[in-house]
Design a protein around this ligand. Structure first.
Ligand code: ADP
Ligand code: MG
Length: 294
């Protein structure tokens, strides 16, 4: 440990030295750690089970996350390296992704980024979700916080990695309809908000539309505004009632005008009728995207 410049008091889990907390979710704390066998950085997602109400369900959901991550093999999806069970926690040892969340990236860099960059990020995301759906997996928690940035230098094109398979699920292709309502409301499709049975592939596509809007505009299309009731907020989602900022008033302080093709794509994804929502291959063939390759 002293070779690594660490005191003996450093916390050890198995052969990993815990350095600091790098993320928090609803049920987990994610720590940066060093693998003493390889001297490489890893991220350890720790889920507390001791004394937690409903811990049996939590354990079942963690083992599902582990099972899915073991099955998945994609360069833009966080890899599972190891699992550790302690008396108090279940731990997933994950490949460490150093660039932080897309959430912070959008908040901090929006005004300095370009539509080309949004396109590059979005196309990666579409390809990741296409891979998952082809493998009969729905993610169900697509949001800016669960997309990590893997690039080390600001001059390189951004590479993203998807994480958090805590709500993901294998679907049965012949009967893909699900009923468990889950995920963040801001990213939840109208049929989820209404409490209807839903096709998780269609609701993943809706969340992609929300993410695309955020990449283009710098904030989310549906947000519970101060003074707004939850009912009003839900009703906006159910009606797919969103607008783009008025370019005349807002363009000066923001990046250049959003192209009509990009707006058209968002409108065609954020369709409240899941039957009318674009499929992933329609999205890839949309004029805004089909002239690029990555
Ligand atoms: P939860 O299921 O509780 O939401 P997540 O898996 O989303 O947990 O992890 C919570 C946060 O921790 C993420 O939003 C991200 O900021 C950070 N994080 C998760 N995995 C990694 C990783 N492999 N590398 C770096 N940071 C990570
Ligand atoms: Mg998360």
């Amino acid at each position: 440990l002293s070779k690594l410049g660490l005191s003996k008091a450093a916390e050890l889990i198995s052969h990993y030295v815990i350095l600091k907390t790098i993320g928090k979710g609803s049920f987990s704390t994610v720590k940066l750690a060093i693998d003493l066998n390889t001297c490489k950085k890893v991220a350890i997602k720790m889920i507390e089970i001791k004394g937690i109400q409903g811990s049996e369900r939590l354990k079942a959901s963690v083992s599902r996350e582990v099972e899915l991550l073991k099955y998945i093999n994609h360069p833009n999806i966080v890899g599972l390296l190891d699992t550790i069970d302690t008396p108090t926690h279940l731990c997933l040892v994950l490949e460490y992704v150093p660039g932080g969340e897309l959430f912070d990236y959008v908040n901090d860099n929006y005004e300095n980024s370009t539509e080309e960059e949004s396109k590059h990020i979005f196309l990666q995301l579409v390809n990741i979700i296409e891979y998952l759906h082809e493998n009969n997996i729905v993610h169900r928690d697509l949001k800016l916080e669960n997309i990590l940035i893997d690039s080390s230098s600001p001059d390189e094109p951004i590479i993203i990695k998807l994480t958090d398979f805590g709500l993901a699920k294998f679907i049965n292709k012949s009967s893909p309809i699900l009923t468990t309502r889950c995920g963040s409301e801001e990213y939840a499709a109208p049929e989820l908000i209404s409490g209807n049975p839903y096709d998780g592939r269609k609701t993943d596509v809706w969340s992609l539309g929300i993410i695309l809007y955020a990449l283009l505009v710098g904030y989310l299309p549906f947000n519970l505004e101060p003074g707004q009731s939850r009912r009003q907020f839900f009703s906006k989602i159910i009606r797919a009632d969103f607008t783009f900022p008025d370019s005349q008033n807002e363009i000066d302080s923001r990046r250049s005008r959003i192209s009509e093709e990009a707006k058209n794509l968002v409108h065609r994804i954020l369709q409240n009728n899941p039957q009318r929502r674009l499929s992933l291959s329609d999205i890839k063939n949309h004029p805004w995207l089909n002239d690029v390759t990555i």
